[in-house]
Design a protein around this ligand. Structure first.
Ligand SMILES: [Fe+2]
Length: 503
């Protein structure tokens, strides 16, 4: 059943070449070179003064993402002044050199090339590096003019069908900058992660009313207003991406990123909220998201962008990443999917796209409430059940860690266990744990809910051919820097045996 990802209909396309209009404003010499191919000026050579900066242009760090078995996306954004509109960059394309090496000292370069940071993309760079070896770690960096970026570390996926002894993912979501420090990322960066799964709320679009608890942080007035325009969303990403712990986690391993609601607006439902103002806001939010994420997804076209996609890690695991906001209409319409009928059909038709032991399903918000029936969820769980496939469902949104048996027909406690659902807590949103005891007791009164935890943190999951081992990693607080972390709970799922155990 395995198939080459190049045949997957996911609209993967990285557009990083200057538009025709962009070429015309390049200097003549550069335009003549660039228009006939990717070759551009010699490495490190400033172009008509470009490439020389008033301050460090790689202030937002580097990132990588959406690895395949021969490829990974490399990302950076030139921003010598990240907290002003335009990031202190000239309104011109700027050539950027990139390198991938076997070693951190870059003595063995395996791939390198030139691309352009374009003003229409806020001088972000997405490089689709091809021809890499499967199941390998690499180092990468960028150079612009005389400036070198920090070094990032990334990896490719194992070859399709290959046996894989173990693969470790982190699950994270919901990082409200003004709520606290991203300390969880500092630990995650050192936690042996092969792939980070960010399930949305990478930014919060609402007004920034205070900088406490981030004492000493400077937030210009234009970044404080609720995001509406693309420039406002861009500035919000800039503010978040100045965080050193977030940068460290991006530089340490590749990420696969999807969205929840706050990348646009609170609780938006794309299939319903279709007024012109909301569509313009969605287009702005999606554009800035794409510019700032190390994603293989094609850029949005106006307010539309397909981000649901799938990939496989050898014969170990298939990952299906969903979009739970863009196509949503009524939450409990029996005829219209919460995912949109097209995405739901894509999911169900592709359950066995790859012949793997594990099937992980990642989304921003869970398909239905913890204790309520959902027609969409019922159909999807039934489809897995009919195929004798037990999914592991990863979701964000709730700002609580909730680990549950996924029952075929919630809330009937006697219905069969289809799989396991891990709802991850937040990186910072809602602030310091442990959360309300009454809320926790409320979750735990449902017999299918096995664990509830109101601390901030992330979930680290080691996937092996025989079992899946997850550890909830909690940070003690987020309103002060340097919080300690601890393993709050471990979970185990045996391959082929639905149901989660606390161990
Ligand atoms: Fe959130």
């Amino acid at each position: 059943m395995s198939k080459d990802p190049s045949t997957d209909p996911t609209p993967y396309a990285v557009t990083n070449e200057p538009s025709r209009r962009s070429f015309l404003i390049l200097s003549g010499a550069v335009a003549a070179t660039a228009a006939v191919g990717p070759a551009t000026p010699a490495v490190g050579a400033p172009v008509g003064g470009l490439g020389q900066f008033s301050s460090y242009p790689f202030s937002l760090g580097v990132a990588s993402g959406d690895p395949l078995n021969d490829s990974v996306i490399l990302w950076t954004r030139l921003a010598p002044q990240p907290l002003v509109i335009g990031s202190g960059m000239p309104n011109q394309p700027v050539p950027v050199h990139w390198q991938v090496a076997d070693d951190e000292a870059f003595t063995t370069i395996v791939r390198e090339g030139e691309t352009f940071a374009l003003p229409e993309n806020n001088h972000s760079v997405h490089v689709d590096v091809r021809g890499l070896q499967p199941d390998r770690w690499y180092f990468y960096r960028f150079r612009c003019g005389s400036e070198l970026s920090p070094v990032g570390r990334t990896r490719t996926l194992p070859a399709l069908g290959a046996s894989v002894a173990s693969f470790t993912v982190s699950q994270m979501s919901c990082q409200n900058w003004q709520t606290g420090y991203f300390t969880a990322y500092r630990y995650m960066a050192q936690d042996g992660i092969d792939l980070g799964l960010h399930l949305g709320d990478y930014i919060y679009e609402g007004s920034i009313t205070a900088v406490a608890p981030r004492d000493g942080a400077t937030v210009p007035d234009e970044i404080r207003d609720p995001c509406q325009s693309v420039d406002q969303y861009r500035l919000r990403y800039s503010l978040y991406k100045t965080d050193p712990d977030l940068q460290a986690a991006h530089a340490a391993f590749p990420w696969a990123v999807i969205r929840d609601d706050h990348e646009v607006s609170n609780d938006y439902r794309g299939g319903v909220d279709q007024g012109p103002q909301q569509l313009a806001r969605r287009a702005a939010g999606y554009k800035a998201w794409w510019e700032n994420m190390p994603t293989r997804c094609a850029p949005p076209v106006g307010p539309d962008q397909r981000i649901y996609r799938r990939f496989a890690v050898g014969s170990l695991a298939q990952f299906d990443l969903l979009d739970s906001r863009q196509y949503r209409t009524a939450d409990n319409d029996p005829l219209v999917s919460k995912l949109g009928n097209e995405q739901e059909a894509w999911l169900i038709d592709g359950i066995n796209s790859y012949d793997t032991t594990w099937h992980l399903l990642a989304m921003g918000q869970q398909l239905g409430g913890v204790a309520t029936s959902s027609p969409t969820r019922n159909r999807i769980y039934q489809a897995y059940y009919d195929r004798n496939v037990s999914p592991v469902i990863l979701a964000g949104d709730l700002h609580w860690t909730l680990v549950s048996d996924a029952l075929l027909a919630l809330p009937d406690p006697t219905s069969p266990i289809v799989g396991t659902q891990f709802i991850g807590t937040s990186i910072t949103s809602t602030g310091d744990g442990p959360g309300s005891q009454a809320t926790k007791d409320g979750w735990l009164k449902y017999p299918w809910v096995k664990y509830a935890d109101g601390y901030r943190g992330y979930l680290r999951t080691v996937i092996t051919p025989t079992g899946l081992y997850s550890t909830q990693r909690d940070v003690q607080f987020v309103t002060q820097p340097n919080a300690p972390v601890w393993d709050a709970q471990r979970f185990y799922i045996a391959a082929g045996k639905p149901g989660v155990q606390l161990v």
